[in-house]
Ligand binder design. Structure first.
Ligand code: SF4
Length: 244
């Protein structure tokens, strides 16, 4: 079985996107292939993984990294046996950098009656292809050039592969987001499928990124609705109530 650097494992509420409010188990993996301007996640490798002592306690014990897949399966089995859980969410960083580990864990935990949820920046289509059969739900970002660099070709390849799964696409909108790049991203989604569930996520401000105005968010949603059937504005709700 594979092993990798895991940052934390806990049971909480999904704070973003289509499955907002669902009870999930989060497996947060280290490393990312991007460096977005608005990133607020510390994805550096750690000597120890924080593992919640029991589901929802927000009390943690430390386990030496790397963890092997069997250790993570045991934690998920314990949590999902305690609290009915909609999905196991692999997040990061970028979880597809650890596709082999995700696949090893996912293949076993599917038997516990939970879905496999992948939260990804949507830029590693080759890795996605390797684990596609084991994944049920995909939340894929489209990163806009103002957040770093133009990755639209990779995003389009990724979405064409992910299409057919339970897929939603997230675009983070900040003060610095331009209408031109936003509409180019919407066109990209529409080319793949106008029925893809599209989420505009107002940026949670960081020292490098400022909030977009309400007028901007509403005008972007109105423009996107001309091309995509289902466009929702959903912020990161877990931050309001200090959930993990
Ligand atoms: S893809 Fe996500 S984790 Fe990686 S730098 Fe961007 S916001 Fe941070």
């Amino acid at each position: 079985m594979s092993s990798t650097n895991v940052l934390e494992i806990f049971s909480s509420v999904q704070g973003e996107g289509k499955y907002l409010g669902c009870r999930q188990i989060f497996v947060r993996l280290a490393d990312c292939n991007l460096s977005c301007a608005y990133c607020d996640t510390d994805f550096r490798r750690a000597d120890f993984c924080r593992i919640e002592t029991f589901a929802g306690s927000m009390i943690f014990r430390d386990e030496k990294n790397p963890l092997d897949a069997a250790q993570v399966v045991d934690v998920i089995k314990n949590f999902s046996g305690t609290v009915p859980t909609q999905a196991v969410s692999f997040t990061g960083g970028e979880p597809l950098l650890h596709w082999q580990f995700v696949r090893d864990v996912a293949e076993t935990v599917k038997n516990f009656g939970v879905k496999i949820f992948l939260e990804t920046n949507g830029t590693l289509p080759d890795a996605l292809e390797k684990i596609l059969p084991t994944v049920d739900i995909i939340s894929a970002d489209i990163k806009l050039p103002s957040a770093g660099k133009n990755l639209f070709n990779l995003h389009e390849k990724f979405l064409r592969l992910a299409h057919g799964k339970d897929l939603c696409v997230k675009i983070v909108v900040a003060n610095e987001t331009t209408a031109e790049e936003f509409l180019a991203a919407v066109d990209l989604v529409a080319r793949v499928d106008k029925k893809i569930f599209l989420i505009l996520q107002p940026v949670t401000p960081t020292k490098n990124s400022c909030a977009a105005s309400a007028e901007k968010i509403l005008s972007f949603q109105a423009a996107a609705l001309q091309k995509i059937k289902n466009v929702r504005v959903i912020p990161q709700t877990h931050k309001f109530i200090k959930l993990l």
